[in-house]
Design a protein around this ligand. Structure first.
Ligand code: F0G
Length: 402
């Protein structure tokens, strides 16, 4: 059994209400499970495949979920980058290996399932790209129409291709993501559509399973630190919540220091942590090549400040060139292809090591959030084009300087 609870005033709401923020005080909600009614055994979990639905006792869906077999993503040991940084236990959880190529699928399998469970007739979101790709796919899987709002000209090509091909209504807004989110919230309220941005507490339930899987993949060990790129701040807050639940239900000990990385041109959370502000002051004109995290007014601001502060975590920004350098290093030194926003997490670790801000004996898990192929245009602009030669061995040898 579970209900929805306001994270600020504690007001409770029934699980069958369509509600995103507290009616009393306007703050964010979260799902709370009643420990007396939930029985979980690690053995039951272990007997199921590694996936979002391994953890179904701590998820809100009651019937068969709308699924594309999300989760179960690889946890890679970063041997070479780790050696360069002097960190023996540095890992990347590759969320780009999900069905639509990003961690959003974990949220959407739960979110779209809940939309159907609640009897909704359509789903909608604003997106910097990945949420729209995922919603379109899961909407198609669940047989429910989807509408996605994108900031015009600022969404990577692969993500638009996915949203279009999966049959969403795709609308480009002449404005940025923050404006698109404001409009879609209004649209959902006025037209009774189901909002599947990360203000939706059910979506975050799916995303918390990133942390569950990491603990399982490390043989029951909670890492010392988890490092995530931060945009709307839903994912880092979700993972933090999941880790709290593992403690609460006696399934794991310890809490990772939750560490958030933002792009330098789009870093309101980093500023709030650095200046010890009580709230996040929105950045009016966010800008970065990592368009996935080009967000100035993170909707989960209150949750992320708690996650970082309560766990003794850190927040840092990285420049676009630091992001692109790490994207290349992950690809060339480790064979791991990620989109720019994802590389921000590992680039953040490099920066924290350079600053001497973290202990290199820590076990560190970076979440790399989306696949390399999401944003082919940025890749092409960073790499030399293929060389061309005639279709003869002589011409090939000449091209190869052999
Ligand atoms: N990495 C990638 C690849 C993303 O697409 C996003 C968010 C993030 C990191 C940041 O996660 O918002 O939970 O802090 N993308 C959203 C979208 C905003 O619309 O696809 P967050």
């Amino acid at each position: 059994m579970f209900d929805l609870r306001c994270i600020s005033c504690g007001a409770g709401y029934q699980s069958d209400e369509v509600i995103y923020t507290c009616r009393r005080c306007g703050h964010l909600l979260e799902v709370r499970y009643d420990p007396d009614t939930i029985h979980i055994s690690r053995d039951a979990w272990k007997s199921r495949p590694l996936s979002v639905w391994r953890y179904r006792e701590l998820l809100p869906v009651s019937g068969d979920p709308v699924t594309l077999q999300e989760g179960g993503t690889p946890l890679y040991h970063l041997k070479r980058i780790g050696a360069e940084l002097g960190i023996k236990n540095l890992y990347a959880k590759h969320e780009g290996m999900n069905p639509s190529g990003s961690f959003k699928d974990r949220g959407m399998t739960v979110g779209v399932s809940m939309a159907l469970q609640l009897g909704m007739k359509s789903v909608a979101c604003a997106s910097t790209g990945n949420t729209s790709a995922s919603l379109a796919a899961y909407g198609a899987r669940g047989g429910i129409p989807s509408i996605v709002l994108l900031p015009a000209g600022k969404v990577a090509l692969g993500k638009i291709a996915q949203a279009l091909m999966h049959g969403a209504r795709v609308i480009s807004i002449r404005g940025n993501f923050d404006q698109a989110l404001e409009i879609v919230r209004d649209l959902c309220e006025k037209k009774g559509m189901y909002l599947l941005n990360s203000v939706n507490p059910y979506r975050l339930e799916g995303q918390k399973t990133i942390g569950f899987e990491v603990v399982d993949q490390l043989g029951g060990v909670v890492p010392d630190r988890m490092v995530l790129p931060v945009g709307n701040a839903g994912n880092i807050s979700a993972v933090h919540k999941g880790m709290l639940e593992l403690q609460e239900f006696g399934l794991a000990d310890g809490m990772p220091m939750m560490t958030g990385i933002q792009a330098a041109g789009s870093a309101p959370v980093v500023r709030a942590i650095r200046e010890n502000l009580p709230v996040v002051i929105p950045e009016k004109n966010p800008e970065t090549i990592a368009t996935a995290i080009r967000i100035g007014a993170p909707v989960n601001a209150e949750k992320v400040l708690r996650a970082i502060r309560e766990t003794g975590g850190l927040a840092r920004s990285v420049t676009d060139s630091e992001i692109l350098a790490m994207q290349r290093d992950l690809a060339r030194m480790e064979g791991i292809g990620v989109e720019p926003a994802s590389a921000a997490s590992v680039a953040g670790v490099r920066k924290l090591v350079d600053e001497g801000a973290i202990d290199t004996d820590e076990t560190i898990v970076c979440v790399v959030t989306g696949h390399l192929l999401k944003d082919p245009e940025t890749v092409i602009s960073q790499c030399d084009p293929p060389e061309e030669c005639d279709a003869t061995i002589e011409s090939l040898l000449q091209a190869l300087h052999l």
